[in-house]
Design a protein around this ligand. Sequence first.
Ligand SMILES: NC(=O)CC[C@H](N)C(=O)O
Length: 203
Amino acid sequence: MEETRDVTVGVLALQGDFDAHLQTIRKLGLHAKEVRSQRDLEEVDALILPGGESTTIGKLLARTGLDVAIRDRGQAGMPIYGTCAGMILLAHTIEGRPEQPTLDLMDIAVARNAFGRQIESFEADIPFDFGAEVVPIRAVFIRAPYVTKVGPDVRILSKFQDKIVAVRQGNLLATAFHPELTDNLRLHALVAEMARNYRASRG
Ligand SMILES: NC(=O)CC[C@H](N)C(=O)O
């Protein structure tokens, strides 16, 4: 079977669960690229920021200069999808941690490790708004953040126990949970569609 390698989806591969994202992208028949440098970033049509440790990833982003490079491309319209720690990195504000640097691309505030110690990790089926339809998807939460504030341009796509756990702002998408740890490919398919539209718009 021929693969449709029409777009290249990059995954930031400095720390965290980037490998699961790479595998999910490949399951969709797309070209997946590990991003560790600014040169890697130039080759991708979209970027996924994986789960992991947001403080560590933030430090490595600053060290590689990828923080500025990713911010520039995100502001220029390249699709970026952050999961868990990736959502934290996209946020404008981290509650109670003004000193922790972020990419500051999305008009959201987040709270880290927000579901509490008793339920550090859990799975749930949650309704997700894909625009044309609302579909239940399996969500894996691991020391997950949630969104505490959204700006006027941010669309809320999913809530769990009244907490906002998925948001979109134009070319930017973020979920507090990890779809790459389930066999649901819909979030990654959405990123691929955003990448195709972005690529087409650039001609
Ligand atoms: N699974 C995850 O990505 C956890 C995120 C982590 N708790 C952080 O704040 O960086």
